[in-house]
Design a protein around this ligand. Sequence first.
Ligand code: ADP
Ligand code: GLC
Length: 476
Amino acid sequence: MRVTILTSEAVPFAKTGGLGDVASALPKAIRAVSDVDASLVLPLYEQTNRALLREQLFDNLEVEWAGDIRRAAVWYSEATAAPTFLIDAPEYFARASVYGFRDDHERFAFFCRAALALQRRLGPPPDVVHVNDWPGGFAAAELRARRSFDDYYAHTRTLFSIHNLAYQGAFDPASLARLGFAYGEVHDAFLFEGAASALKAGLMLSDALSTVSRRYSYEIQTPQQGYGLDWLLRMRRDRLIGVTNGVDYDVWNPATDPHIAAHFSADDLAGKLECKRDLLRRFSLPEDLDRPIIAIISRLVAQKGYDLIQQAAGRMLETGAFFIALGAGAREYEDFLQVLRDHAPHRVGIYKGYAGEPLAHQIEAGADIFLMPSLYEPCGLNQMYSMRYGTVPVVRATGGLDDTVENFDRARGTGNGFKFQAYTADALLGSIYEALYCYAEPEVWRAIQLNGMRADNSWQAAARKYVELYRAVAQM
Ligand code: ADP
Ligand code: GLC
């Protein structure tokens, strides 16, 4: 069976968030647990390190585009365990960032069309095209349209994975004709609340839908978390499944991590203290190793619960803990972090911007407590990374956070983190206080750390579920 995975980001080529980690780990895991021939296609961005590319496969891939033919180049890479093809179209992708341009709809529509055109040049059609988030909606739409007139794609089926329902790829419906979706069922599938939505088209026109945790698969069927599309997800619920993301332990493993100051594991935690010292130095904080470090790494957007962090920050610092934050995003939150740092320079460390992999690993390794007070969280990866690094997560019980973190139960000694329900600063602080009480008792803390470090969140189980899903989708 051949599966082609389309993504807008994948480590180590380009990453803005968790999709980058997942898109790179999943095909590798699928190949490890099955004989499915999984390959990856993504755009070649300006930020992509050219040393990762092996060769240019084509310099003349013809793409039908706006009533004309455009040519794109295609590069091949074996930088990950799955064959990867990168679409080189500088007018769309040689830009300073991955997303955030007025013509994003056009950029990713072109990417999808080129990725589908590429398959013909490579050989027999894929059995399943697996697309991710709104940029993949264009591929789902095109494949649905082609099913009726294009023999090559007559038997190819589509799986659409929702990593975040809030990003909908909205644009002016007047552009639909230019993108090649001028009429019929496919055109109408884009229409949503007066705009065109690549996400809605993908959700309507794909053969099957998945999302990145079980809990989120139910939440998005409610008006509270459906972002206007809950009706559609309820309508298609027999085609919707939640598969919780895994962790690539080749990449996120404190016993082998090349980015951290000292190695450690559940059997020998000594190196973690060295990582803590290193982290404090990196942020120019005093080397006060008894003081707990509370950390957060996230995109600075409302989703991540930064409103709560803002409200709780003062009282959190009063506990005596260090606070270290890494994040890029909204100006409002960047300013807040700066003010906090200026107010308590010996207790707060900040890095504003996208730091790449090393610093994220160093924070996971050196911190004691990791915050994820998310308003919503489709899956969340950092809580699982934290656990492996003996860093105890404090999370709100939503989406994948609820599925992967178990509240610590002192009497039974079970649980790997602290979980609160209400989206309030008081609830967040309640969990932080609880975590700090436990931190003050080294044996109790050790037990929580070990529960987390020994949890198995590897991709294996998830990859098997995807393989099952691919087989089912291919039969639809
Ligand atoms: P999301 O995909 O919603 O951003 P996830 O928890 O799934 O959330 O994944 C976030 C990923 O992005 C993690 O690998 C995290 O370390 C990384 N990350 C987030 N912000 C930054 C940043 N400013 N610098 C470096 N890495 C970051
Ligand atoms: C999205 C979600 C995040 C998830 C990631 C990977 O960016 O916000 O919760 O972990 O995708 O699936």
